[in-house]
Design a protein around this ligand. Structure first.
Ligand code: PMP
Ligand code: GLN
Length: 386
């Protein structure tokens, strides 16, 4: 007789291979050992005083009850205006915008809306960690395709991954964790592939849209061939240094948005009212175009401080991440190396292999430079000792 020993916890788990995210692990390690935390991506400097003043001012107004399901109408209007000013795209705020509880909820909601059993979603590795679990929970299958070693896409390899079951491709631009951005030729190649697969939806995760440097971000919002089939994911967390507020939005054509809203209304119904009212006022007082130069200064400072180190820094064209090779320093795995950096040098980083389906370890770690000058300086002093 064959007895089957089910591991109950594995059998019941819908995500048997998922543990605690690397961001939680490394931030906890940093806090346990009092290390400088350049791991999880979040700013450590104060948010704009204009925003905190607005927050204080509105807190005694009647802003504390449910919002309309898709979002506070003035906020939707102002996002529409910002998208129009930034990308020249005219949106119908009532039909093509949805406020979400951070980009994460936007991603999850859109995948729930469109992915069902047997459908495939192409994800480019190294990939942000919430994509694959959200695909799996929707019943879909993730097809993880590696980017080139320099993190540029190999469109031939990507195209070869398309099948009759492909329902969606997720592209993240500017890219976390690599800090690379897509150029015009990349977008043209993507458009050509999607022309051949007209039923495939593009999810364009553009949460770092306003953080690019020498070359400007090319949004799917600006591409006539893409915008009718694309779900664009944005996050106020990145744009206004408020990752803890967990608020963002989706831009999508009406036919896609109708389906997304069906899920959204049962997943959260509506998003934090106070944050929505505050941001709608703040959008009149802030210039998103200042964000690029702001972070470019931080990137340049960190890169200069690291010149004396034995790390080899890779290009950081956008986002607030800097990838570095430690191949000249150690043959340890990137996870071991990152742990040792915390214990022996007091700096927490993110090992890049965790973003690869096959665990590929190219001896790379990711630094977050969304930090004040003092933090970046202290971290670099430590890192130059290695
Ligand atoms: N996508 C990417 C590429 C990210 O880096 C992040 C967060 N850091 C998210 C989505 C999630 O953003 P949010 O915190 O707004 O949910
Ligand atoms: N997106 C952030 C990063 O890449 C982390 C967000 C989170 O902890 N889930 O570091």
């Amino acid at each position: 007789m064959i007895t089957r020993n089910y591991n109950i916890s594995t059998r019941m788990s819908k995500l048997p291979n998922v543990g605690t995210t690397i961001f939680t692990v490394m931030s906890k390690l940093a806090s346990d050992y009092g290390a400088i935390n350049l791991s999880q991506g979040f700013p450590n400097f104060p948010v704009d005083e204009k925003l905190t003043t607005i927050l204080k001012d509105i807190s005694s107004d009647s802003v504390h009850q449910y919002m309309p399901m898709a979002g506070y109408p003035p906020l939707l209007e102002k996002i529409g205006r910002t998208v129009s000013e930034s990308y020249g795209r005219t949106l119908d705020p009532n039909k093509e915008l949805l406020i979400t509880a951070g980009a994460t909820q936007g991603i999850f909601t859109a995948l729930q809306a469109f992915i069902s059993k047997g459908q495939e979603v192409i994800i480019l590795d190294p990939s942000y960690d919430c994509y694959e679990p959200a695909v799996i929970l929707a019943g879909g299958k993730s097809i993880r395709i590696p980017l080139n070693p320099d993190f540029t896409p190999n469109w031939e390899v990507i195209e070869a991954a398309f099948t009759v079951n492909t329902a969606m491709i997720i592209v993240n631009n500017p890219h976390n964790p690599s800090g690379r951005i897509l150029n015009n030729s990349d977008l043209e190649k993507l458009e050509a592939i999607l022309d051949k697969y007209p039923d495939v939806i593009l999810m364009s995760d553009e949460v770092y849209e306003y953080i690019t440097f020498e070359e400007k971000h090319i949004s799917a919002n600006t591409r006539p061939k893409l915008k009718d089939k694309t779900i664009i994911i944005s996050s106020f967390g990145k744009t206004f240094h408020i990752t803890g507020w967990k608020i963002g939005y989706i831009v999508a054509p009406e036919n896609l948005m109708i389906e997304i809203k069906k899920v959204h209304q049962f997943l959260v119904f509506c998003v934090n009212s106070v944050a929505q009212v505050a941001l709608s006022t703040y959008l009149d007082e802030v210039n998103v175009n200042e964000l690029g130069p702001f972070y470019q200064d931080k990137r340049d400072l960190f890169q200069n401080l690291m010149k004396e180190s034995r790390f080899k820094l890779l290009p950081s064209e956008g986002s607030y991440f800097q990838v570095a090779s430690f191949a000249a320093i150690s043959i340890e795995s990137d996870v071991e190396f990152a742990k040792r950096l915390v214990l022996e040098y007091g700096v927490a980083t993110i090992p890049m292999s965790v973003f690869n389906a096959d665990g590929r370890d190219d001896k790379l770690i990711r630094f977050c430079y969304a930090k004040d000058t003092e933090t970046l300086t202290k971290a670099a002093i430590q890192l130059c000792k290695i």
